[in-house]
Design a protein around this ligand. Structure first.
Ligand code: R5P
Length: 298
């Protein structure tokens, strides 16, 4: 009998199936229903006593998911799982990493404590590390970070002629420079000032680097898409070619995808950390390697 079993908590089908195949594990069966009063009913249909369990849960729009995540991890313990690991291809609550005003919640730290209390390890993809430099500053369990840069640069190499990579802000330098190196392309980093959720100022791209190039905007998260839209407007004012927009995590709040599309971009492509029609870069294999590594370390 296999000693590890994997569950997909919010229908992360592609990644779960690919992980199950690479790790040679069974996919578990979980029944989840909502009572009329909104409380959750969970039932694990497999025998998991003395098994190691991997939970796949992509945590975009997290507030509707947190109760199920907590109840499920504790149900697995109650049923005798020896360890419970979390694969969160998109990890939420990483951006409020500082108290800007008195009384504000530093949600990155609180959420890290919550996950560390309920799981034995965590694998995630390019978490938004900015003021926290490493995951271990806030997570007390072993963590492994998968970087999307290799697969993004492979995609650029196969799909974009003469790319010039553009990172919209200083934080993006870490991954944009790596993607550029692997795609053997030049890059530039802009400066961004955020005044509000949808109110961002982005500096002008350097026109001299754009000539006869395809601009490729690369960011970790596309949420309201304001950052990308502002940059696309600058590029069209500079009469650059239509840009390709690449995001690791396809959050696309409300109509953000359509709004970005209507600016006249060449294409919008994302990784499959959050299921979305723009997903064209598959990270399943990289996630499987990270899970194998972290399990070996334990
Ligand atoms: C911010 O620090 C991130 O790296 C992204 O630039 C940001 O989340 C993008 O947000 P939006 O799409 O709402 O402009």
């Amino acid at each position: 009998m296999k000693k590890t079993i994997i569950y997909s908590l919010f229908n992360e089908k592609t990644i779960t199936e690919s992980l199950a195949q690479s790790l040679n594990t069974d996919i578990g069966d979980l029944v989840c229903k909502e009572f009329p009063d909104g409380e959750l009913y969970l039932q694990v249909k497999d025998r998991i006593k003395d098994k190691s369990v991997i939970v796949v849960a992509s945590l975009d729009y997290p507030n509707d998911k947190i109760a199920k995540l907590l109840l499920f991890s504790e149900t697995l313990r109650q049923e005798g799982a020896t360890q419970v690991g979390l694969v969160a291809p998109y990890l939420c609550y990483m951006r409020q990493d500082k108290q800007f005003h008195e009384g504000e919640s530093i949600t990155s730290e609180i959420f890290a404590k919550f996950i560390s209390n309920h799981f034995d390890w965590l694998v995630t993809v390019d978490p938004h590390l900015h003021r926290h430099k490493t995951m271990s500053e806030i997570y007390t369990i072993p963590t492994q970070v998968v970087h999307a840069s290799k697969q993004i640069s492979n995609w650029i190499l196969s799909n974009v002629k003469d790319p010039i990579l553009i990172g919209p802000d200083m934080e993006s330098e870490q991954w944009v420079s790596q993607v550029a190196k692997e795609a053997k392309a030049q890059h530039m980093i802009l400066e961004k000032v955020r005044h509000g959720d949808r109110d961002v100022e982005v500096s002008l791209p350097d026109k001299s680097l754009l000539s006869e190039k395809t601009p490729v905007l690369v960011d970790d998260i596309i949420s309201t898409a304001s950052t990308m839209i502002k940059t696309v407007h600058h590029l069209s004012a500079l009469k650059a070619d239509y840009p390709v927009c690449i995001g690791v995590h396809a959050i696309f709040a409300q109509d953000a995808y359509e709004e970005l599309l209507y600016t006249g971009v060449e294409t919008i492509v994302t990784c499959n950390t959050v299921e979305h029609k723009s997903n064209d870069i598959d990270l399943s294999e990289d996630i499987a390697v990270a899970v194998k590594d972290i399990c070996k370390r334990r």
